[in-house]
Ligand binder design. Structure first.
Ligand code: NDP
Ligand code: MG
Ligand code: MG
Length: 340
């Protein structure tokens, strides 16, 4: 059975007297650092000398040093720089980790795929809030919490899980509930989810639906509303009450049509393709491709970004969002980042 941990399961004494170095002050970094500090934990933010985040961290009343200085002072090093730069930042701070120190992550990619290979004598843990950083901060301040995942990759001290729970409590995650998992499971499900369903799958489904309608002579505006704009309304229902709440709310015609035609679109072939995407996550092929792409300066990534930006649906949407009022109510989540 899945274990879920709450505030009562976490003992703050495992972190109360520690110094936590928070490397990075972006989406997750600013939230972890401030929540930890507000929970009474000694925090030092690690940023490079010319960091554009330095002023923000200082304005928030936090001590700022270089990653190396911060790691040298701390017993817990929370690695919250972007996943693609973590290996090089880790190489700089590696020698500052003493036996019994903790390396703490919010995503398992680098450890799971061997891009970071921690020494045997440090604890390696993960507390991964299931939300962008600005919500981790906002929920903490409002007294609510943010659900999260906990994993222990390496327990050198025998105390790794207890300390990770205390970290989770200090950033507000155990208020909402923390689910235990492994670095492998967190990494592979996260990558598969964003590729096949959440980001990749949904974007392609939207574009394919849009193009099908426009190619058949329907107006781009209608296609935009049907295939993109209404997506939020449907997803909100699923978020609140699962698929059932969605099926209950739509018309019987929509329900019957959806139940019979959905599987025509996402057919056995689409499921085989999903299987292949999952295999490339599991066997490390995707990870190797992404690491190589970054080492090469992201040529293919850049090209695909431009192509996506230039898709006609983006122009149509921009025009429509200017004309209609719903855009004013939509909160822009600028802090949520592509690195999730
Ligand atoms: P961000 O992209 O927001 O991190 C940016 C911060 O990292 C900035 O302070 C930036 O400062 C600093 N930084 C960038 N490059 C370097 C470098 N070479 N050396 C030192 N500092 C650097 O990261 P996220 O918060 O999105 O991600 C952090 C971790 O959290 C990742 O492991 C991610 O997978 C995980 N995560 C993210 C979620 C999210 O919603 N964003 C959700 C759950 C987990 P500078 O001005 O110096 O560039
Ligand atoms: Mg994710
Ligand atoms: Mg992700």
């Amino acid at each position: 059975d899945t274990e879920i941990y709450y505030d009562d399961d976490a003992d703050s004494s495992h972190i109360d007297d520690e110094t936590v170095a928070v490397l990075g002050y972006g989406s997750q970094g600013h939230a972890h650092a401030q929540n930890l500090a507000d929970s009474g934990v000694d925090v030092i933010v690690g940023l490079r000398e010319d960091s554009s985040s330095r002023a923000a961290a200082e304005d928030d009343g936090l001590r700022v040093a270089t990653p190396v200085e911060a790691a040298s002072e701390a017993s817990i090093v929370s690695v919250l720089v972007p996943d693609t730069v973590q290996p090089s930042v880790y190489a700089d701070i590696e020698s500052e980790l003493d036996a019994g120190d903790t390396l703490q992550f919010a995503h398992g990619f680098n450890v799971h795929y061997g891009q970071i290979e921690p020494a045997d004598d440090v604890d390696v843990t993960m507390i991964a809030p299931k939300s962008p950083g600005h919500l981790v901060r906002r929920n903490y301040q409002s007294g609510e919490g943010t659900p999260g995942l906990l994993a222990v990759y390496q327990d050198a001290t025998g105390n790794a899980k207890e300390q990770a729970l205390a970290y989770g409590k200090a950033i507000g995650c155990t208020r909402a509930g923390v689910v235990e998992t492994t670095f492998r499971e967190e990494t592979e499900t996260d990558l598969f989810g964003e590729q096949a369903v959440l980001c990749g799958g949904v974007a392609e489904l939207i574009k394919a639906g849009y193009e099908t309608l426009v190619d058949a002579g329907y107006s781009p505006e209608m296609a935009y509303f049907e295939c993109l704009n209404e997506m939020k309304l449907i997803v909100d229902l699923m978020y609140e009450g699962g698929l059932g709440a969605m099926w209950d709310s739509v018309s019987d015609t929509a329900e019957y049509g959806g139940l019979t035609r959905g599987e025509v679109v996402v057919d056995d072939h689409a499921r085989e393709n999903m299987q292949e995407v999952l295999e490339q996550v599991q066997n490390g092929e995707f990870a190797r491709e992404w690491v190589t792409e970054n080492q090469a300066g992201r040529p293919s990534y850049r090209q695909r970004r431009i192509a996506e930006k230039n898709h006609e649906i983006e122009d149509v949407g921009e025009r429509l969002r200017d004309l209609f009022a719903w855009a004013d109510e939509t909160e822009t989540e600028a802090e949520s980042s592509e690195n999730d």
